[in-house]
Design a protein around this ligand. Structure first.
Ligand SMILES: Nc1nc2c(ncn2[C@@H]2O[C@H](COP(=O)(O)OP(=O)(O)OP(=O)(O)O)[C@@H](O)[C@H]2O)c(=O)[nH]1
Ligand SMILES: [Mg+2]
Length: 177
């Protein structure tokens, strides 16, 4: 079965653009209506990316989309501080619906210049790490492509690692029977 990855965060932070940039499809063409799906081949551990809309009017769909995800890529816009403050709400949703999910925090639109200071980001990371399964913080630009491949390589590696851990466990159990 393919692993489920969700991209979430406020409207307009660049979730769709990051995915499309990675896939060589150019930036986003408009807001995401509810959810879009993208599949990534990943050896014997395929991935389905669920690109969730950040728009308020689709919030009622979110609960069911968050359940069952292995990794949550939580995106904010480095040039819009409000999108970072609202991460608390996104984290609250993850807390409530999927407290096993591993979190990658992404500060996007680095090309526009940072309007959020590093101290603030550090505090946020500490808060996430104390309560959730925090993996990494990455600053990206879907516009220039900076760190976009690195973000997806990280996702692929984690999923491959999980899959090989699972196979190892199954081998051990079989050996015991
Ligand atoms: N300068 C710059 N613009 C970006 C970047 N990423 C996305 N954008 C622009 O920001 C706008 C919103 O991008 P989307 O990818 O649609 O944002 P989203 O998070 O998917 O938004 P929703 O689907 O509404 O939740 C678009 O006009 C993009 O071209 C970036 O890294 N730098
Ligand atoms: Mg979108």
């Amino acid at each position: 079965m393919a692993s489920k990855i969700i991209f979430l965060g406020d409207g307009g932070v660049g979730k769709t653009s990051l995915i499309r940039r990675y896939l060589g499809k150019g930036l986003s063409k408009g807001i995401t209506l509810g959810v879009d799906f993208y599949s990534l081949h990943n050896g014997n551990a395929d991935i389905v990316v669920w690109d969730l809309s950040g728009q308020e009017r689709f919030r009622y769909l979110l609960d069911s989309f968050i359940v069952g995800a292995r990794i949550a890529v939580l995106v904010f816009d480095l040039s819009r501080p409000s999108t970072m403050i609202r991460l608390e709400q996104w984290l609250g949703l993850l807390d409530k619906l999927n407290n096993q999910v591993k979190i990658i925090l992404v500060g996007n639109k680095k090309d526009l210049g940072k309007r959020i200071d590093n101290e603030f980001i550090k505090q946020l990371i500490n808060r996430i790490a104390s309560k959730h399964r925090f993996l990494r913080y990455i600053e990206t630009s879907a516009y220039s492509g900076e760190n976009v491949d690195q973000l997806f390589e990280l996702i692929r590696n984690i999923i491959r690692q999980d899959a090989s851990n699972k196979e190892e466990k199954i081998r051990k159990i079989r050996a015991m029977i």
